[in-house]
Design a protein around this ligand. Structure first.
Ligand code: ARG
Length: 458
Protein backbone atom coordinates (compact mmCIF):
# COMPACT_ATOMS: atom_id res chain seq x y z
CA UNK A 1 0.00 0.00 0.00
CA UNK A 2 1.07 3.57 -0.55
CA UNK A 3 -0.42 6.94 0.29
CA UNK A 4 -1.52 7.26 -3.32
CA UNK A 5 -3.78 4.25 -2.90
CA UNK A 6 -5.84 5.84 -0.13
CA UNK A 7 -8.82 8.04 -0.91
CA UNK A 8 -7.28 10.82 1.17
CA UNK A 9 -3.53 10.78 0.36
CA UNK A 10 -3.40 14.40 -0.87
CA UNK A 11 -3.47 15.83 2.64
CA UNK A 12 -0.58 13.64 3.88
CA UNK A 13 3.17 13.97 3.57
CA UNK A 14 4.03 10.37 4.39
CA UNK A 15 2.30 7.07 3.76
CA UNK A 16 0.35 5.35 6.50
CA UNK A 17 2.37 3.21 8.88
CA UNK A 18 1.93 -0.54 8.52
CA UNK A 19 0.64 -0.77 12.08
CA UNK A 20 -2.01 1.87 11.45
CA UNK A 21 -3.03 0.03 8.32
CA UNK A 22 -3.29 -3.36 10.00
CA UNK A 23 -5.31 -1.88 12.84
CA UNK A 24 -7.73 0.31 10.90
CA UNK A 25 -8.46 -1.57 7.70
CA UNK A 26 -11.80 -3.32 7.63
CA UNK A 27 -12.35 -6.69 6.06
CA UNK A 28 -15.81 -7.46 7.43
CA UNK A 29 -17.35 -4.96 5.02
CA UNK A 30 -16.49 -7.06 1.95
CA UNK A 31 -19.93 -8.51 2.24
CA UNK A 32 -21.27 -5.09 1.33
CA UNK A 33 -19.63 -5.17 -2.10
CA UNK A 34 -22.77 -5.81 -4.15
CA UNK A 35 -24.79 -3.34 -2.09
CA UNK A 36 -22.04 -0.76 -2.46
CA UNK A 37 -22.19 -1.22 -6.22
CA UNK A 38 -25.98 -0.99 -6.28
CA UNK A 39 -25.86 2.20 -4.24
CA UNK A 40 -23.19 3.64 -6.51
CA UNK A 41 -25.22 2.86 -9.64
CA UNK A 42 -28.21 4.72 -8.15
CA UNK A 43 -25.95 7.59 -7.07
CA UNK A 44 -24.50 7.95 -10.59
CA UNK A 45 -27.98 7.95 -12.16
CA UNK A 46 -29.01 10.69 -9.73
CA UNK A 47 -25.88 12.74 -10.48
CA UNK A 48 -26.79 12.49 -14.17
CA UNK A 49 -30.41 13.45 -13.57
CA UNK A 50 -29.47 16.61 -11.69
CA UNK A 51 -26.89 17.61 -14.32
CA UNK A 52 -23.73 16.99 -12.27
CA UNK A 53 -22.59 14.37 -14.80
CA UNK A 54 -23.04 14.41 -18.58
CA UNK A 55 -24.97 11.64 -20.29
CA UNK A 56 -21.70 10.24 -21.63
CA UNK A 57 -20.08 10.26 -18.18
CA UNK A 58 -23.11 8.55 -16.69
CA UNK A 59 -23.01 5.87 -19.37
CA UNK A 60 -19.29 5.19 -18.84
CA UNK A 61 -19.56 5.11 -15.06
CA UNK A 62 -22.58 2.83 -15.19
CA UNK A 63 -20.81 0.50 -17.63
CA UNK A 64 -17.78 0.34 -15.38
CA UNK A 65 -19.84 -0.30 -12.26
CA UNK A 66 -21.90 -2.93 -14.07
CA UNK A 67 -18.69 -4.70 -15.08
CA UNK A 68 -17.63 -4.65 -11.43
CA UNK A 69 -20.98 -6.15 -10.48
CA UNK A 70 -20.22 -8.99 -12.87
CA UNK A 71 -16.80 -9.48 -11.27
CA UNK A 72 -18.36 -9.44 -7.80
CA UNK A 73 -21.06 -11.94 -8.77
CA UNK A 74 -18.49 -14.28 -10.31
CA UNK A 75 -16.38 -13.94 -7.17
CA UNK A 76 -13.40 -12.43 -9.01
CA UNK A 77 -13.50 -8.95 -7.56
CA UNK A 78 -10.10 -8.80 -5.91
CA UNK A 79 -9.85 -6.69 -2.78
CA UNK A 80 -6.20 -5.78 -2.25
CA UNK A 81 -4.24 -5.30 0.97
CA UNK A 82 -3.94 -1.62 0.02
CA UNK A 83 -7.74 -1.12 -0.03
CA UNK A 84 -8.84 0.58 3.17
CA UNK A 85 -12.37 -0.70 2.91
CA UNK A 86 -14.86 -1.94 0.34
CA UNK A 87 -15.68 1.59 -0.82
CA UNK A 88 -12.01 2.33 -1.52
CA UNK A 89 -11.69 -0.97 -3.36
CA UNK A 90 -14.60 -0.12 -5.66
CA UNK A 91 -13.20 3.30 -6.49
CA UNK A 92 -9.74 1.85 -7.17
CA UNK A 93 -11.06 -0.94 -9.37
CA UNK A 94 -13.36 1.44 -11.25
CA UNK A 95 -10.34 3.64 -11.96
CA UNK A 96 -8.44 0.66 -13.31
CA UNK A 97 -11.31 -0.05 -15.69
CA UNK A 98 -12.49 3.38 -16.84
CA UNK A 99 -9.64 5.74 -15.93
CA UNK A 100 -9.78 9.14 -14.20
CA UNK A 101 -13.55 9.50 -14.71
CA UNK A 102 -13.84 7.13 -11.72
CA UNK A 103 -12.87 10.17 -9.64
CA UNK A 104 -16.36 11.60 -10.28
CA UNK A 105 -18.10 8.68 -8.55
CA UNK A 106 -17.74 10.19 -5.09
CA UNK A 107 -19.30 13.53 -6.12
CA UNK A 108 -21.66 14.71 -3.39
CA UNK A 109 -21.04 11.65 -1.28
CA UNK A 110 -19.01 10.65 1.77
CA UNK A 111 -18.19 7.18 2.96
CA UNK A 112 -20.18 8.16 6.05
CA UNK A 113 -23.52 8.21 4.23
CA UNK A 114 -22.36 5.55 1.78
CA UNK A 115 -21.58 2.92 4.42
CA UNK A 116 -24.93 3.50 6.10
CA UNK A 117 -26.70 3.04 2.79
CA UNK A 118 -24.80 -0.17 2.06
CA UNK A 119 -25.57 -1.62 5.47
CA UNK A 120 -29.23 -0.65 5.23
CA UNK A 121 -29.51 -2.36 1.84
CA UNK A 122 -27.78 -5.45 3.22
CA UNK A 123 -29.92 -5.66 6.36
CA UNK A 124 -33.13 -5.00 4.44
CA UNK A 125 -32.46 -8.09 2.33
CA UNK A 126 -31.25 -10.09 5.33
CA UNK A 127 -34.47 -9.24 7.21
CA UNK A 128 -36.51 -10.67 4.33
CA UNK A 129 -34.49 -13.88 4.47
CA UNK A 130 -34.77 -14.26 8.21
CA UNK A 131 -38.53 -13.74 7.92
CA UNK A 132 -38.62 -16.65 5.48
CA UNK A 133 -36.51 -18.84 7.76
CA UNK A 134 -38.55 -18.05 10.86
CA UNK A 135 -41.79 -18.61 9.00
CA UNK A 136 -40.53 -21.97 7.77
CA UNK A 137 -39.63 -23.18 11.26
CA UNK A 138 -42.96 -21.93 12.65
CA UNK A 139 -44.75 -23.83 9.88
CA UNK A 140 -42.77 -27.00 10.65
CA UNK A 141 -43.78 -26.72 14.31
CA UNK A 142 -47.41 -26.18 13.29
CA UNK A 143 -47.31 -29.27 11.05
CA UNK A 144 -45.84 -31.33 13.90
CA UNK A 145 -48.49 -29.95 16.27
CA UNK A 146 -51.20 -31.01 13.85
CA UNK A 147 -49.65 -34.44 13.32
CA UNK A 148 -49.44 -34.98 17.09
CA UNK A 149 -53.24 -35.29 17.23
CA UNK A 150 -54.43 -36.17 20.73
CA UNK A 151 -51.04 -37.24 22.08
CA UNK A 152 -50.68 -35.73 25.55
CA UNK A 153 -47.70 -34.46 27.51
CA UNK A 154 -47.45 -32.83 30.90
CA UNK A 155 -47.07 -29.07 30.73
CA UNK A 156 -44.17 -28.46 33.11
CA UNK A 157 -43.63 -25.63 35.54
CA UNK A 158 -40.40 -25.65 37.55
CA UNK A 159 -39.69 -28.72 35.35
CA UNK A 160 -42.37 -30.56 37.39
CA UNK A 161 -45.55 -31.97 35.80
CA UNK A 162 -48.27 -29.32 36.12
CA UNK A 163 -51.24 -30.07 33.85
CA UNK A 164 -51.87 -32.47 30.97
CA UNK A 165 -51.93 -30.75 27.56
CA UNK A 166 -51.92 -31.91 23.96
CA UNK A 167 -48.35 -32.13 22.63
CA UNK A 168 -49.61 -29.75 19.93
CA UNK A 169 -50.20 -27.07 22.56
CA UNK A 170 -46.56 -27.29 23.61
CA UNK A 171 -45.20 -27.23 20.05
CA UNK A 172 -47.43 -24.29 19.14
CA UNK A 173 -46.12 -22.29 22.10
CA UNK A 174 -42.77 -22.23 20.30
CA UNK A 175 -44.41 -21.38 16.97
CA UNK A 176 -46.21 -18.35 18.44
CA UNK A 177 -42.87 -17.02 19.72
CA UNK A 178 -41.41 -17.37 16.24
CA UNK A 179 -44.39 -15.61 14.70
CA UNK A 180 -43.65 -12.59 16.90
CA UNK A 181 -40.03 -12.76 15.74
CA UNK A 182 -41.26 -12.64 12.14
CA UNK A 183 -43.38 -9.60 12.96
CA UNK A 184 -40.46 -7.99 14.79
CA UNK A 185 -38.13 -8.37 11.81
CA UNK A 186 -40.76 -6.84 9.54
CA UNK A 187 -41.18 -3.86 11.84
CA UNK A 188 -37.41 -3.39 12.10
CA UNK A 189 -37.16 -3.62 8.30
CA UNK A 190 -39.44 -0.59 7.96
CA UNK A 191 -36.96 1.48 10.01
CA UNK A 192 -34.02 0.10 8.03
CA UNK A 193 -35.62 1.02 4.72
CA UNK A 194 -34.61 4.69 4.82
CA UNK A 195 -31.94 6.12 2.51
CA UNK A 196 -29.19 8.21 4.16
CA UNK A 197 -27.53 9.13 0.84
CA UNK A 198 -27.18 12.88 0.48
CA UNK A 199 -26.32 13.38 4.14
CA UNK A 200 -22.69 13.46 3.01
CA UNK A 201 -20.05 13.58 5.72
CA UNK A 202 -22.46 15.09 8.27
CA UNK A 203 -24.15 18.25 7.04
CA UNK A 204 -25.28 17.59 3.48
CA UNK A 205 -23.83 19.23 0.37
CA UNK A 206 -23.89 22.46 -1.60
CA UNK A 207 -24.38 20.46 -4.79
CA UNK A 208 -27.92 20.12 -6.18
CA UNK A 209 -28.30 16.48 -5.12
CA UNK A 210 -31.65 14.67 -5.16
CA UNK A 211 -31.69 12.16 -2.28
CA UNK A 212 -35.29 11.23 -2.98
CA UNK A 213 -34.39 10.05 -6.44
CA UNK A 214 -31.70 7.73 -5.06
CA UNK A 215 -34.18 6.29 -2.55
CA UNK A 216 -36.77 5.70 -5.28
CA UNK A 217 -34.17 4.10 -7.51
CA UNK A 218 -33.25 1.68 -4.71
CA UNK A 219 -36.89 1.05 -3.81
CA UNK A 220 -36.40 2.54 -0.36
CA UNK A 221 -39.47 3.82 1.45
CA UNK A 222 -38.09 7.11 2.77
CA UNK A 223 -35.06 9.40 3.03
CA UNK A 224 -33.29 10.79 6.11
CA UNK A 225 -34.80 13.69 8.01
CA UNK A 226 -31.55 14.99 9.48
CA UNK A 227 -28.13 14.56 7.90
CA UNK A 228 -26.30 14.24 11.25
CA UNK A 229 -28.73 11.62 12.46
CA UNK A 230 -28.37 9.84 9.11
CA UNK A 231 -24.62 9.27 9.47
CA UNK A 232 -24.38 8.91 13.25
CA UNK A 233 -27.31 6.64 14.07
CA UNK A 234 -26.87 2.90 14.32
CA UNK A 235 -30.09 2.04 16.10
CA UNK A 236 -31.17 0.30 12.90
CA UNK A 237 -28.18 -2.01 13.41
CA UNK A 238 -28.71 -2.70 17.10
CA UNK A 239 -32.44 -3.16 16.52
CA UNK A 240 -31.65 -5.73 13.85
CA UNK A 241 -29.24 -7.44 16.24
CA UNK A 242 -31.95 -7.41 18.91
CA UNK A 243 -34.31 -9.14 16.49
CA UNK A 244 -31.58 -11.75 15.94
CA UNK A 245 -30.83 -12.09 19.64
CA UNK A 246 -34.47 -12.44 20.66
CA UNK A 247 -35.07 -15.02 17.94
CA UNK A 248 -31.89 -16.87 18.98
CA UNK A 249 -33.12 -16.87 22.57
CA UNK A 250 -36.34 -18.46 21.34
CA UNK A 251 -34.38 -21.02 19.33
CA UNK A 252 -32.20 -21.63 22.35
CA UNK A 253 -35.26 -22.45 24.47
CA UNK A 254 -36.56 -24.72 21.74
CA UNK A 255 -33.08 -26.25 21.48
CA UNK A 256 -32.96 -26.90 25.21
CA UNK A 257 -36.29 -28.71 24.98
CA UNK A 258 -35.22 -30.75 21.97
CA UNK A 259 -32.24 -31.88 24.03
CA UNK A 260 -34.38 -32.74 27.06
CA UNK A 261 -37.01 -34.51 24.98
CA UNK A 262 -34.42 -36.81 23.45
CA UNK A 263 -32.85 -37.60 26.83
CA UNK A 264 -33.51 -41.01 28.34
CA UNK A 265 -35.48 -39.78 31.38
CA UNK A 266 -37.86 -37.86 29.10
CA UNK A 267 -37.98 -40.12 26.05
CA UNK A 268 -40.44 -37.82 24.30
CA UNK A 269 -38.75 -37.56 20.91
CA UNK A 270 -36.10 -38.85 18.56
CA UNK A 271 -34.59 -37.18 15.52
CA UNK A 272 -33.47 -38.50 12.15
CA UNK A 273 -29.89 -39.76 11.95
CA UNK A 274 -29.04 -37.05 9.43
CA UNK A 275 -29.87 -34.40 12.04
CA UNK A 276 -27.94 -35.98 14.91
CA UNK A 277 -24.25 -36.64 15.52
CA UNK A 278 -22.29 -39.47 17.07
CA UNK A 279 -19.61 -39.84 19.70
CA UNK A 280 -16.00 -40.63 18.79
CA UNK A 281 -15.75 -42.73 21.96
CA UNK A 282 -19.18 -44.05 22.87
CA UNK A 283 -20.71 -46.28 20.20
CA UNK A 284 -24.25 -46.07 21.56
CA UNK A 285 -24.52 -42.26 21.43
CA UNK A 286 -26.74 -40.16 19.20
CA UNK A 287 -26.42 -36.51 20.13
CA UNK A 288 -28.73 -33.56 19.41
CA UNK A 289 -25.82 -31.23 18.55
CA UNK A 290 -27.88 -28.89 16.35
CA UNK A 291 -30.10 -28.07 19.30
CA UNK A 292 -27.12 -27.64 21.61
CA UNK A 293 -25.36 -25.31 19.18
CA UNK A 294 -28.52 -23.24 18.71
CA UNK A 295 -28.45 -22.82 22.49
CA UNK A 296 -24.70 -22.13 22.48
CA UNK A 297 -24.71 -19.63 19.63
CA UNK A 298 -27.46 -17.62 21.31
CA UNK A 299 -24.79 -16.62 23.83
CA UNK A 300 -22.58 -14.91 21.25
CA UNK A 301 -25.61 -13.28 19.61
CA UNK A 302 -26.57 -11.72 22.93
CA UNK A 303 -22.94 -10.60 23.19
CA UNK A 304 -23.09 -9.02 19.73
CA UNK A 305 -26.21 -7.07 20.67
CA UNK A 306 -24.58 -5.85 23.89
CA UNK A 307 -21.47 -4.92 21.91
CA UNK A 308 -23.48 -2.87 19.44
CA UNK A 309 -25.25 -0.97 22.19
CA UNK A 310 -21.97 -0.31 23.96
CA UNK A 311 -20.45 0.87 20.67
CA UNK A 312 -23.00 3.69 20.43
CA UNK A 313 -23.09 4.64 24.07
CA UNK A 314 -21.20 7.85 24.74
CA UNK A 315 -20.21 8.32 21.09
CA UNK A 316 -20.33 12.00 20.11
CA UNK A 317 -22.19 12.87 16.91
CA UNK A 318 -21.63 12.27 14.13
CA UNK A 319 -19.50 9.62 12.43
CA UNK A 320 -16.58 8.14 14.38
CA UNK A 321 -14.43 5.29 13.18
CA UNK A 322 -15.66 3.20 16.12
CA UNK A 323 -18.76 2.65 14.03
CA UNK A 324 -16.80 0.49 11.61
CA UNK A 325 -17.09 -2.24 14.26
CA UNK A 326 -20.86 -2.46 13.78
CA UNK A 327 -20.64 -4.68 10.73
CA UNK A 328 -18.73 -7.66 12.11
CA UNK A 329 -21.11 -7.79 15.09
CA UNK A 330 -24.36 -7.63 13.16
CA UNK A 331 -23.15 -10.03 10.47
CA UNK A 332 -22.16 -12.55 13.14
CA UNK A 333 -25.56 -12.25 14.83
CA UNK A 334 -27.38 -12.61 11.52
CA UNK A 335 -25.27 -15.60 10.45
CA UNK A 336 -25.92 -17.38 13.72
CA UNK A 337 -29.65 -16.99 13.30
CA UNK A 338 -29.61 -18.00 9.63
CA UNK A 339 -27.67 -21.17 10.39
CA UNK A 340 -29.72 -22.11 13.42
CA UNK A 341 -33.02 -21.64 11.58
CA UNK A 342 -31.90 -23.78 8.71
CA UNK A 343 -30.62 -26.66 10.82
CA UNK A 344 -33.42 -26.61 13.39
CA UNK A 345 -36.13 -26.59 10.72
CA UNK A 346 -34.77 -29.85 9.33
CA UNK A 347 -34.26 -31.36 12.75
CA UNK A 348 -37.75 -30.53 14.01
CA UNK A 349 -39.35 -31.71 10.77
CA UNK A 350 -37.54 -35.04 11.23
CA UNK A 351 -38.68 -35.49 14.85
CA UNK A 352 -40.80 -38.44 15.87
CA UNK A 353 -42.71 -37.91 19.10
CA UNK A 354 -43.43 -40.80 21.47
CA UNK A 355 -43.96 -39.33 24.93
CA UNK A 356 -44.78 -41.79 27.73
CA UNK A 357 -48.25 -41.78 29.28
CA UNK A 358 -48.85 -38.66 31.37
CA UNK A 359 -48.82 -39.23 35.11
CA UNK A 360 -52.30 -38.91 36.66
CA UNK A 361 -50.99 -36.47 39.29
CA UNK A 362 -51.49 -33.70 36.71
CA UNK A 363 -55.25 -33.90 37.37
CA UNK A 364 -55.02 -32.53 40.91
CA UNK A 365 -56.25 -29.13 39.74
CA UNK A 366 -59.28 -30.77 38.08
CA UNK A 367 -60.28 -32.32 41.43
CA UNK A 368 -59.91 -28.96 43.13
CA UNK A 369 -61.93 -27.24 40.40
CA UNK A 370 -64.88 -29.61 40.90
CA UNK A 371 -65.09 -28.43 44.51
CA UNK A 372 -64.85 -24.82 43.31
CA UNK A 373 -67.78 -25.45 40.94
CA UNK A 374 -69.74 -26.63 43.97
CA UNK A 375 -69.06 -23.45 45.85
CA UNK A 376 -65.92 -24.15 47.92
CA UNK A 377 -63.37 -21.28 47.96
CA UNK A 378 -60.41 -22.26 45.78
CA UNK A 379 -57.92 -21.94 48.65
CA UNK A 380 -59.88 -24.53 50.67
CA UNK A 381 -60.26 -26.82 47.66
CA UNK A 382 -56.49 -26.59 47.11
CA UNK A 383 -55.95 -27.65 50.75
CA UNK A 384 -58.37 -30.60 50.50
CA UNK A 385 -56.75 -31.99 47.33
CA UNK A 386 -53.26 -31.23 48.62
CA UNK A 387 -53.92 -33.30 51.74
CA UNK A 388 -55.32 -36.13 49.59
CA UNK A 389 -52.18 -36.08 47.41
CA UNK A 390 -49.94 -36.12 50.50
CA UNK A 391 -51.80 -39.12 51.87
CA UNK A 392 -51.64 -41.07 48.59
CA UNK A 393 -47.95 -40.26 48.06
CA UNK A 394 -47.24 -41.39 51.65
CA UNK A 395 -48.97 -44.68 50.90
CA UNK A 396 -47.07 -45.11 47.65
CA UNK A 397 -50.33 -44.93 45.68
CA UNK A 398 -51.42 -42.93 42.65
CA UNK A 399 -54.74 -41.19 41.92
CA UNK A 400 -55.58 -44.15 39.68
CA UNK A 401 -55.81 -46.36 42.82
CA UNK A 402 -58.22 -44.02 44.57
CA UNK A 403 -61.56 -45.53 45.67
CA UNK A 404 -64.89 -43.59 45.36
CA UNK A 405 -65.50 -43.84 49.11
CA UNK A 406 -62.08 -42.37 49.86
CA UNK A 407 -62.80 -39.41 47.65
CA UNK A 408 -66.17 -38.81 49.31
CA UNK A 409 -64.44 -39.01 52.68
CA UNK A 410 -61.91 -36.37 51.63
CA UNK A 411 -64.65 -33.71 51.42
CA UNK A 412 -68.46 -33.81 51.62
CA UNK A 413 -68.73 -31.95 48.29
CA UNK A 414 -66.92 -34.77 46.47
CA UNK A 415 -68.96 -37.48 44.75
CA UNK A 416 -67.57 -40.92 43.97
CA UNK A 417 -68.14 -40.33 40.23
CA UNK A 418 -65.65 -37.45 40.37
CA UNK A 419 -62.93 -40.09 40.21
CA UNK A 420 -63.34 -39.99 36.44
CA UNK A 421 -61.75 -36.52 36.63
CA UNK A 422 -58.49 -38.02 37.85
CA UNK A 423 -57.54 -38.98 34.32
CA UNK A 424 -55.34 -36.84 32.00
CA UNK A 425 -57.39 -37.24 28.80
CA UNK A 426 -60.57 -36.19 30.62
CA UNK A 427 -58.76 -33.24 32.13
CA UNK A 428 -57.74 -32.04 28.67
CA UNK A 429 -61.24 -32.65 27.29
CA UNK A 430 -62.74 -30.41 30.02
CA UNK A 431 -60.30 -27.54 29.44
CA UNK A 432 -62.35 -24.44 28.54
CA UNK A 433 -59.91 -21.52 28.31
CA UNK A 434 -59.51 -20.06 24.80
CA UNK A 435 -55.86 -20.62 23.92
CA UNK A 436 -55.68 -23.22 26.70
CA UNK A 437 -54.55 -26.81 26.45
CA UNK A 438 -57.56 -28.47 24.83
CA UNK A 439 -57.81 -30.11 21.43
CA UNK A 440 -60.34 -27.48 20.28
CA UNK A 441 -57.94 -24.76 21.27
CA UNK A 442 -55.06 -26.42 19.42
CA UNK A 443 -57.20 -26.70 16.27
CA UNK A 444 -58.24 -23.05 16.56
CA UNK A 445 -54.63 -21.96 17.16
CA UNK A 446 -53.43 -23.88 14.11
CA UNK A 447 -55.87 -21.92 11.95
CA UNK A 448 -55.06 -18.58 13.56
CA UNK A 449 -51.30 -19.09 13.50
CA UNK A 450 -51.25 -20.13 9.85
CA UNK A 451 -53.36 -17.10 8.97
CA UNK A 452 -51.02 -14.74 10.85
CA UNK A 453 -48.01 -16.37 9.15
CA UNK A 454 -49.68 -15.96 5.77
CA UNK A 455 -50.34 -12.28 6.53
CA UNK A 456 -46.58 -11.72 6.93
CA UNK A 457 -45.97 -12.77 3.34
CA UNK A 458 -46.76 -9.44 1.61
N1 ARG B 1 -15.07 1.63 6.67
C1 ARG B 1 -15.77 2.72 7.27
C2 ARG B 1 -16.85 2.20 8.22
O1 ARG B 1 -17.25 1.10 8.05
C3 ARG B 1 -16.40 3.55 6.22
C4 ARG B 1 -16.64 4.95 6.64
C5 ARG B 1 -15.33 5.65 6.76
N2 ARG B 1 -15.50 7.04 7.02
C6 ARG B 1 -14.51 7.81 7.44
N3 ARG B 1 -14.77 9.04 7.65
N4 ARG B 1 -13.31 7.31 7.66
O2 ARG B 1 -17.28 2.86 9.11
Amino acid sequence: MSQGSTLWGGRFEEPPDEALWRFTVDTADRRLLLDDLRGSLAHVRMLGAVGLLSADEVARLLDGLTDLQGEAERGDFGILPGDEDVHSAVERRLGERIGPLAGKLHTGRSRNDQVCLDLRLYLRRAADRRVLGLRRLAAVLADQAEAAGDVLVPALTHLQPAQAVPLGQHLLAHAWMLLRDVERFREARARIDVSPLGAGAAGGSGLPLDPRRVAEDLGMAAIFDNSMDAVAARDFVSEYAFCCAQAMVHLSRLGEELVLWASEPFGWASYADRYTTGSSALPQKKNPDIAELARGKAASTIGDLCGLLALQKGLPLTYNRDLQEDKAAVFRADDALAGALDALSGMVASARFHPPAVSPWVTALDLAEVLVMRGLPFREAHGVVGALVTRLVGQGRSPADLQPAELEAAHPLFEGADLALAEPAGSVARRRTPGGGSMDSVRAQLGALRERLEATRS
